[in-house]
Design a binder for this molecule. Structure first.
Ligand code: NAD
Length: 420
């Protein structure tokens, strides 16, 4: 094993691929090829800090596969980012895009930095230099980054501008998740959360259960978690607990999510929220008595230590890789239904795809059109996974990977192995 493939998320992902490849009868040569990225780039990102000292951050971009189209995947700023984590997330993007039926490959990027300790100027310098270091490898026809943990629309605007300055003309299609004013798509900000709720609606439909009154606990109150909470609330579900990195709040009667979002957007914390609630820890959030648990923070949030405490009957993986392999098995044994990450959080990349299409055609859609198309793609992907799982009597994570691998295999066999 090398520095790229040694991490736990990478190994977890390889385990899932191998298991699914066995069931789906995937060609052994294809199986070997999909376990490695096409290209992995490691860069140094020197930044002059506000106090005039220079710090050097480690940056990465891993391009896993471009069999189905240009590389596509987010950029993460987090202190625990490693080459291996980025590699695993790049691999997951390939399978997500394949499963969702998008004409895109998979990639991921990251910088090992605690962005909360940097000023806005320092963040901008870091982003522009990181963009410059990887600019030979990205572009609207080759590799299209997007936001992930610790990055947002402003980060994408800086990347788009830096890339465009180097080219000498505006290239909006180089990133997605941009502000609408510079070529972003309506509906992109909330798309991952909305997609997760569309998936949950489909699962509840096949289980013959209503959305209204369903109780939900959500870990992570960032882009994915807060939007999932809002769209669930709007559909009559009761969000009974939410948390962020510093802990959470709960109310078994349901939290007023629009009010909480208003409070959180200015205070950046739950503390001081005026509506009735109790305080909880992240361990208590995972163990909340509820119908649905949505882990929407970081990978590995549910492991063998806390998996047994989960009381929910459904887990919707808003985050990438929120269950370790051990936790996955424990939850399956408990009979918990899981909507796996590559399906559940696909909404972001689906609307990113729509944004890229709009940028290339320079013709923009209204939000209803974006959301209606998002729902259509999510419903079709959910149906493919559910049908495969039912037919083969297997769990949904394996089914999702099987469906994805089969599409990828077909395309790889058609394209063949260059030179021969
Ligand atoms: P974000 O940075 O906006 O929010 C992350 C949230 O998780 C924050 O509320 C943070 O406080 C919380 N958090 C961090 N560490 C935690 C911990 N140890 N315990 C509890 N909470 C913790 O990130 P995001 O964009 O919402 O992404 C969340 C997850 O969803 C990631 O796994 C990401 O890869 C995945 N994802 C995001 C998108 C997207 O469009 N943003 C798309 C697909 C998948």
């Amino acid at each position: 094993m090398d520095v790229l493939t040694s991490g736990h998320l990478y190994q977890n992902t390889i385990n899932i691929i191998n298991h699914a490849a066995e069931i789906a009868g995937i060609d052994p040569a294809i199986r070997t090829r999909v376990g490695k990225p096409k290209r992995a780039i490691m860069v140094s990102v020197p930044v002059r800090m506000d106090d005039h000292t220079v710090k050097v951050f480690a940056g990465y971009r891993v391009q896993h596969s471009q069999t189905l189209g240009p590389f596509k995947g987010g950029i993460r700023y987090h202190k625990s980012v490693t080459f291996s984590e980025v590699g695993a997330l790049a691999m997951l993007m390939t399978f997500k895009n394949s499963l969702l039926g998008l004409p895109l490959g998979g990639a991921k990027g990251g910088v090992a930095v605690d962005s909360s300790t940097l000023s806005r100027n320092e963040l901008q310098s870091l982003t522009r230099r990181y963009t410059s270091e990887i600019s030979n490898f990205i572009g609207p026809e080759s590799d299209i980054p997007a936001p992930d943990v610790g990055t947002d629309a402003q980060t994408m605007a800086w990347i788009m501008d830096s890339y465009s300055q180097e080219k000498g003309y505006a290239v909006p299609g180089v990133v997605t998740g941009k502000p609408v004013e510079i070529g972003g798509s309506l509906g992109r900000v909330g798309a991952t959360g909305l997609g997760a709720i569309f998936c949950l609606q489909e699962l509840l439909k096949v289980l013959d259960k209503p959305m209204a009154g369903t109780t939900i606990a959500i870990q992570g109150f960032g882009n994915v978690g807060s939007h999932a909470a809002l769209y669930a609330f709007e559909r009559g579900a009761k969000v009974v607990a939410v948390s962020d990195v510093s802990g959470g709040i709960a109310n078994e009667k349901g939290i007023n999510i629009p009010k909480l979002i208003e409070h959180y957007s200015t205070k950046k914390m739950f503390k001081g929220f005026s509506e009735p609630h109790g305080e909880i820890t992240n361990d208590q959030l995972i163990a909340t008595k509820c119908d649905v648990l949505i882990p929407a923070a970081l990978d590995g949030a549910i492991d063998k230590e806390n998996a047994n405490s989960v009381q929910a009957k459904i887990v919707v993986e808003g985050a990438n890789g929120p269950l370790t392999t051990d936790a996955d098995l424990i939850l399956q044994k408990k009979g918990i239904k899981i909507i796996p990450d590559i399906l559940a959080n696909g909404g972001g990349v689906i609307v990113s795809y729509f944004e890229w299409v709009q940028d290339i055609s320079a013709f923009f859609w209204d939000e209803e059109e974006v959301n209606a198309n998002l729902q259509k793609v999510m419903q079709a992907a959910f149906k493919r996974v559910w049908t495969f799982a039912e037919k083969n009597k297997i769990d949904t994570r394996t089914a999702a990977m099987c469906v994805s691998l089969k599409r990828l295999e077909k395309a790889m066999l058609l394209r063949g192995l260059y030179p021969r």
